[in-house]
Design a protein around this ligand. Structure first.
Ligand SMILES: NC(=O)c1ccc[n+]([C@@H]2O[C@H](COP(=O)([O-])OP(=O)(O)OC[C@H]3O[C@@H](n4cnc5c(N)ncnc54)[C@H](OP(=O)(O)O)[C@@H]3O)[C@@H](O)[C@H]2O)c1
Length: 247
């Protein structure tokens, strides 16, 4: 029998990197997590075993936005009458190149994963929250490079800029129904997609920020956990930079 006071969170990109860290944080904080990604990693499986009955996984490919939204919301993973309290949109891909080399197919593929799927999942998450009368919270993971710029990341940063604007609009549109929307912009973390950086580039980034270190994924996950908590009930339409002071 499920505990009715346990809050339900949909989390994308939970298999590794920051998403795995957020997943662990939310499970430790007592949430029930509905995790999606293309693969069920060993680490995610271990989290499920450590938090029996509170982690549910579905294999979903966000490069097909309509298929992904249907898989999450039109089947038995998150049915209409199942109340969703939060959606954390963390999954993303990074297509890196200089602007004069843009490959249209790669650009479109990245926008499907980083922008179109998060938008469609937000649509159905909001419908679910309205139907079930939940004052839900949405958090999109952005990136500091949407604010600072970084050579080779213009296209990736544009997906994050798009999602930040989308979040501000969502906050305006649905605030009167108690639904909040915020973004979190991590700086360079020594995990996930940033591990492809050369030691020299990683060093340069660390030297440029105030704290002279990489952003800690735990600190980013704590920020996400705060934003979906009741403690953040007056915070919406904001972007929180967790970037060791790089602007
Ligand atoms: N790492 C950094 O320094 C950094 C800095 C700023 C912002 N960020 C942001 O932080 C978030 C997490 O990044 P990360 O570094 O942890 O990346 P990561 O290790 O590459 O993880 C990305 C996650 O997204 C999922 N994913 C990717 N493509 C997918 C698809 N087509 N369908 C479904 N799931 C997909 C992956 O799962 P599967 O492969 O199993 O599908 C994985 O769980 C992203 O939004 C990223 O933009 C990262």
């Amino acid at each position: 029998m499920q505990n009715k006071t346990t809050k339900n969170v949909l989390l994308s990109g939970a298999s590794k990197g920051l998403g795995l860290c957020i997943c662990g944080k939310l499970l430790k904080s007592g949430y029930r997590v509905y995790a999606i990604s293309r693969t069920l990693s060993g680490h995610l499986r271990e989290l499920g075993e450590a938090h029996k009955g509170r982690l549910f996984f579905k294999e979903v490919d966000l490069s097909d936005p309509i298929g992904a939204a249907n898989a999450v919301f039109k089947g038995d993973f998150i049915p209409r009458a199942f109340p969703l309290d939060a959606f954390v949109s963390n999954a993303a891909q990074s297509y890196e190149d200089i602007v004069s080399n843009i490959d249209e197919a790669k650009l479109e593929g990245m926008f499907k994963v980083n922008v179109f799927s998060p938008m469609l999942l937000t649509k159905y998450a909001i419908r679910n929250m309205l139907l079930n009368r939940r004052p839900g919270s949405i958090v999109h993971i952005s990136s500091i490079c949407a604010h600072t710029g970084y050579k080779g990341l213009s296209m990736y940063a544009a997906t994050k800029g798009a999602i930040e604007s989308f979040s501000i609009g969502t906050a305006r549109e649905w605030g009167r129904r108690g639904i909040r929307s915020n973004t979190v912009s991590p700086g360079f973390m020594e995990i996930g997609m940033a591990t492809s950086l050369s030691d020299e580039d990683a060093d340069k980034i660390r030297r440029r920020n105030s704290l002279k270190k990489a952003a800690d994924p735990e600190s980013v996950a704590d920020t996400v956990a705060f934003l979906i908590s009741d403690g953040a009930s007056s915070i919406t339409g904001q972007n929180v930079c967790v970037d060791c002071g790089s602007r």
